[in-house]
Design a protein around this ligand. Structure first.
Ligand SMILES: *[C@@H]1O[C@H](CO)[C@@H](O)[C@H](O)[C@H]1NC(C)=O
Ligand SMILES: *[C@@H]1O[C@H](CO)[C@@H](O)[C@H](O)[C@H]1NC(C)=O
Ligand SMILES: *[C@@H]1O[C@H](CO)[C@@H](O)[C@H](O)[C@H]1NC(C)=O
Length: 569
């Protein structure tokens, strides 16, 4: 008995120590990036269809690209810095060295923060016509890290390829010696200009002392945009002289949809990655299906005849189609109070999510946009000075709340890459390696904030505002949970899908509301001292309109992301 209780932990510690020791010897500093990220569950089996989805290679017209995952079997870690950036853990740079598909050429190096498990990929390109890809003429030094006082694996020397006229560079390369690389080393290559597009900074990978490193993304993004995300990156602030810009690839094929998943493949993808959404235990305003909202008494109002609203038929078949968000029509609750209260609370058991399938990055990625409808958005709460939780009366309340999360999936291999979380007027984009998954599977766990239904990847409190004051977003696990894989309907984007009539209702799903901040403040803040009330009024009046949803919500098709990229910072 004695040995059992005392020695077990001791053996365990010894074992851990030995394990850590041997591991640290072969790897570096025990950083997350030293381990390769793998999805907890099995990945979807992609059965072939007539298109090229999931075949590993995508034809961009004149140029074919393949996506190579960065791992110890394909890449070599060139350089690491151990400070700055996310969680102050620094970042690492990788060069593809092995197992590059035959006849494919490199377009640049790969970089990622050290606080993530190794999770990334980069495109390589090949062309039947030898003139479409060529080695650089020379390299120019973007800069080096010799004078940066940071913890690093010796200095890094950063080089940008110099391309022949009519060709563009897509990525940079990095060495640990000051000698300029030879063009024949082909660390990166140049691509004919007609296969490229302008790029801009995407996610920040690292920043320290005026130097920043960003992934690159095409400037034009959306369902019709042709720009392709390559996975390369750029350094900013290392060079004092301006350098020629770096470019993205371009899909020049007329039909960008040829690499999108089929109906069956989409179902397999959604069954693999469909999220699980937790609502707060105190949440009273749950989602419902659109049909539940209509059949439980939602009314259609028309400007000029406010006194005679009409009931909405199932599927919204009598909703006005098309037009614009012009306040000519709007939806509202049933007039009978008991019915109204019922509708406000939604109905989790009827809830269905609505999927919009759209191409991204010139059809090299698929966005599965998961739309969730809540009949009611509850009021906002503030954390303000010493007040932990201050209810804002009716401020923030509105009828008809559309929220979404988006699964961004690679069309090369069907792997989930990023997930977008809508949060009031904006949102965040997270990488698949940074998410929580339902036990043993690949379904991301999502937390919906109390009343506002903003989507987050973690439970806890997120304040939107300045310093320690702000609008509260409270997330917590509860038994109010929506398994999106149980009931879903594809409403747009796949060929053969009939769009339900309500999707083409482009007016507001609730009436336009006007909060009288001063009046509401008298209600909920009358017990507060006058000087605090003054401060509070000032604070509330500065909250952007879209955060409080005062404008009344439009449906999914009314959002810019319907045809564009998601909005994230
Ligand atoms: C690559 O790394 C994994 C651990 O992340 C390890 O199990 C594997 O043996 C490594 N492979 C090689 C070729 O080093
Ligand atoms: C490193 O960069 C500095 C400018 O920051 C430059 O003066 C120096 O020549 C560079 N060193 C090498 C070896 O390229
Ligand atoms: C409308 O709803 C009914 C069930 O309520 C369903 O059977 C029918 O297919 C729907 N029609 C359309 C066009 O969505």
């Amino acid at each position: 008995m004695f040995t059992d209780t005392y020695f077990k932990p001791l053996f365990f510690l010894l074992f851990l120590f030995a394990y850590q020791f041997s591991w640290a010897e072969s790897q570096t500093n025990g950083l997350p990036v030293d381990t390769i990220f793998t999805f907890p569950g099995t990945l979807p089996t992609i059965l072939p269809n007539e298109g090229s989805f999931g075949t590993g290679i995508i034809d961009l017209g004149g140029l074919e690209v393949a996506q190579v995952s960065i791992s110890n079997s394909t890449a070599h870690r060139v350089w690491t810095t151990y400070e700055g950036g996310r969680d102050s853990m620094g970042f690492s740079i990788f060069e593809l060295t092995n197992n590059i598909p035959r006849n494919f050429f490199k377009l640049g190096f790969y970089a990622q923060p050290n606080n993530q498990k190794l999770f990334g990929s980069i495109l390589v390109a090949r062309s039947k016509s030898l003139v479409n890809i060529r080695p650089p003429e020379d390299y120019i030094e973007v800069g080096n890290t010799t004078s940066l006082k940071i913890k690093q694996d010796g200095p890094a020397y950063v080089w940008q390829p110099v391309c022949l006229n009519g060709y563009k560079a897509l990525g940079i390369c990095v060495t640990t010696v000051p000698q300029k690389p030879l063009p024949t080393q082909q660390y990166t290559n140049c691509v004919r200009s007609e296969f490229t597009e302008e790029s801009e900074a995407d996610a920040l990978l690292w920043r320290i002392k005026g130097v920043s490193v960003f992934n690159l993304r095409p400037i034009k993004r959306g369902t019709q945009a042709t720009g392709v995300y390559t996975g390369t990156f750029s350094f900013q602030g290392l060079s004092s002289t301006p350098l020629p810009p770096l470019f993205s690839l371009k899909n020049t094929k007329l039909n960008m949809y040829s690499c999108m998943p089929s109906k069956v493949q989409t179902r397999v993808l959604f069954q693999t990655y469909s999220p699980l959404i937790y609502f707060h235990p105190k949440e009273d305003f749950l989602p419902s299906s659109v049909n539940w909202f209509f059949t439980n008494g939602a009314l259609l109002y028309q400007k000029g005849s406010k006194k005679s609203p009409v009931p909405i038929r199932p599927n919204g078949t009598n909703l006005p189609q098309g037009g614009s968000d012009d306040d000519l029509f709007w939806l509202d609750y049933p007039i009978v109070k008991t019915l109204k209260e019922k509708v406000k609370r939604g109905d989790l058991s009827s809830t269905k999510v609505y999927l919009h399938i759209k191409p991204m990055f010139g059809g090299t990625f698929t966005d599965i946009v998961v739309w969730i409808f809540c009949p009611f958005n509850g009021n906002a709460h503030l954390k303000f000075l010493f007040i932990k939780r201050l209810s804002l009366g009716d401020i923030g309340e509105h009828i008809g709340d559309w929220e979404h999360v988006t699964l961004r999936i690679s069309n090369f291999n069907g792997k989930l890459w990023r997930v977008y979380f809508s949060q009031h007027s904006g949102g965040t984009l997270m990488e698949a390696c940074d998410l929580e998954y339902v036990d043993g599977g690949n379904k991301p766990v999502i937390y919906s904030s109390l009343h506002g239904h903003a989507m987050y990847s973690k439970p806890g409190l997120v304040l939107q505002g300045k310093g320690k004051n702000g609008i509260r977003n409270d997330m917590e696990r509860s038994n109010k949970v929506l398994d999106c894989g149980l009931r879903y309907e594809v409403i747009a984007g796949l060929s053969g899908v009939v769009e339900p009539p309500w999707i083409n209702y482009l007016r507001k799903w609730g009436p336009r509301v006007r909060y009288n901040v001063e009046k509401s403040l008298k209600g909920f803040a009358k017990i507060l001292p006058r000087f605090i009330r003054k401060k509070l009024l000032k604070f509330i009046s500065k909250i952007p309109e879209e955060i409080l949803g005062e404008n009344g919500p439009t449906g999914p098709k009314g959002k810019l992301s319907w045809t564009g990229d998601e909005k994230y910072s």
